[in-house]
Design a protein around this ligand. Structure first.
Ligand code: SF4
Length: 484
């Protein structure tokens, strides 16, 4: 067992929240970031402008920890952007917490990024060889150097031209003293939505943050679109063509990352997960007494499985909401090694029953093994594991931190071997067809971690600390996978 690591789910990437035109931007951004906390728990930052002065605050930890006790009058201004971070590239240290703020010859720029740039190392080396100094080890900083590059700085459409140099997954928020900008990569990997609060504009990674700040959803930022919001209102420009049927929206956002109350890529997340559960019941039926979810991400799919199969749903696991992702169990005695501190089993519900357990994914398999074993200990007679996504076989290069390919259970084992490993009586995964079935345009989704179909060439040897150590060189290495 992984000593004390409680959950082997893929780790979220980052969350963005920006606002233009409210009397006090910082407290609103705080609320927006709080709603996006599930997208990154390592660090948080806010940058605001009052039209003259730019102020910022950032730190390591949860949003509530970073901004605890901070008087909002230290962050004055009506324009601002904020970021919650999980480090998909670059180490977890405060210099890497975003938004990045830099002073160029033409003024201050603040940048916040969600995603992963696959040509960052090549661009970084190019600028370093020309004498540029990088402040961070994140891939996001290359955009700052592109913006400062005279080749782009002196031309009209500078931001769009700079964005056009980037390859990979990105949703960006940018801010100058008097302007907010939002952009999404041409393949639309990560979500980004626009909302309104009265006469003010809000941009957020997920619509749950719009709702919780009192904003009304207006529309998504389109793939390949740069939205500029200033005193003249909202202006839309395109910096790249995006072709329907050739997008690469991350399906894992819908499977696991996004909150169920968000609308992502045009669909409500809860509704899609409900459909996954129903499809799972069709693809992998079983005689059982109850359906239970692994909370929280398995809840909607378990409900779908229950509705379709007619097997009643119950609460078999109770989650401790105060256990964060980075909680490490203290080293105690051997008896505590198998204890699941995040989820506790309700033996009154499962004892003597044939139980269907629904979860969203299996990564290493060690967590599923622990869950099955705790159900067995609580008296479950049969345990049938159902997973509302296909087997995760490949790593992600577009901003999600999975285990390495060697660690992925399904990359190393067949389904029956995984079933034996986790100790379940049966195991069924959703098919790739089922995964894409809720969407009208199936060709608009990335499924690379399930299928290996990377729509942008990637180097499998890269890791999240590549820019830290100087070993990463996506742009220069031979392409090993990819359809473009
Ligand atoms: S590889 Fe998987 S996690 Fe990564 S962008 Fe594609 S669907 Fe999302």
């Amino acid at each position: 067992m992984n000593s004390g690591i409680l959950d082997d789910h893929p780790l979220e990437h980052c969350g963005l929240f920006g606002v233009y035109g409210v009397p006090a931007a910082a407290p609103l951004i705080f609320t927006g970031l709080f709603a996006l906390q599930h997208r990154g728990q390592e660090g948080a930052g806010i940058v605001v402008s009052d039209g003259t002065q730019v102020s910022s605050a950032k730190g390591l930890g949860l949003v509530s920890e970073v901004f605890a006790g901070r008087p909002w009058d230290t962050l004055p201004g009506s324009i601002g952007i904020g970021h919650v971070r999980y480090s998909t590239t670059g180490a977890s240290r405060v210099q890497n917490v975003q938004p990045l703020v830099v002073e160029c010859v033409d003024g201050i720029w603040a940048v916040a990024h969600n995603g992963n740039l696959v040509n960052a190392a090549r661009l970084r080396r190019m600028y370093q060889e020309a004498g540029a100094i990088f402040q961070t080890s994140t891939d996001s900083e290359v955009l700052v150097h592109l913006l400062a590059d005279p080749m782009f700085r002196t031309r009209p459409g500078r931001v769009g031209r700079a964005l056009g140099e980037l390859k990979g997954a990105y949703s960006f928020l940018l801010m100058t003293r008097d302007c907010l900008m939002a952009a999404r990569d041409p393949m639309g990997f990560r979500p980004l939505s626009i909302g309104r609060i009265g006469g003010a504009w809000v941009v957020a990674s997920e619509t749950c943050a719009l709702r919780q700040t009192g904003a009304e959803f207006v529309r998504d930022v389109e793939p390949g679109e740069l939205v500029i919001i200033d005193a003249g209102g909202l202006h839309s420009t395109r910096f790249a063509d995006a072709r329907a049927g050739h997008l690469s929206q991350c399906v894992f956002e819908v499977v696991y990352f996004a909150r169920p109350d968000s609308r992502v890529f045009g669909s409500n997340v809860h509704q899609v997960r409900l459909q996954y559960g129903m499809r799972l019941a069709e693809e992998h039926p079983v005689d059982a007494d109850i359906v239970i979810a692994v909370p929280d991400s398995g809840n909607s799919a378990a409900l779908g499985y229950s509705r379709k199969s007619g097997i009643p749903m119950d609460f078999g696991f109770i989650r401790n909401h105060y256990v964060g992702r980075t909680f490490i169990m203290p080293q105690t005695d051997a008896r505590s090694q198998g204890v699941d501190i995040k989820l506790s089993v309700l033996s009154e519900v499962v004892d003597g029953k044939r139980v269907v357990v629904v979860d969203d994914s299996i990564v290493r398999g060690t967590t599923a093994q622990r869950r099955v074993s705790s159900l067995r200990d609580a008296g479950a007679r049969e345990i049938h594991m159902r997973i509302s996504s296909p087997p995760t076989i490949h790593p992600c290069h577009f901003g999600i931190d999975f285990a390495t390919e060697k660690e992925l259970a399904a990359a190393q084992r067949g389904i029956d071997e995984i079933r034996t490993f986790i100790g379940a009586d049966s195991l069924g995964y959703l098919s790739v067809d089922g995964l894409l079935s809720p969407f009208a345009c199936r060709g608009n989704f990335c499924t690379a971690c399930f299928t290996g179909d990377y729509r942008i060439p990637v180097d499998e040897a890269s890791g999240k600390l590549g820019l830290e150590t100087g070993q990463l060189s996506f742009g220069d290495l031979p392409v090993r996978k990819g359809t473009v």
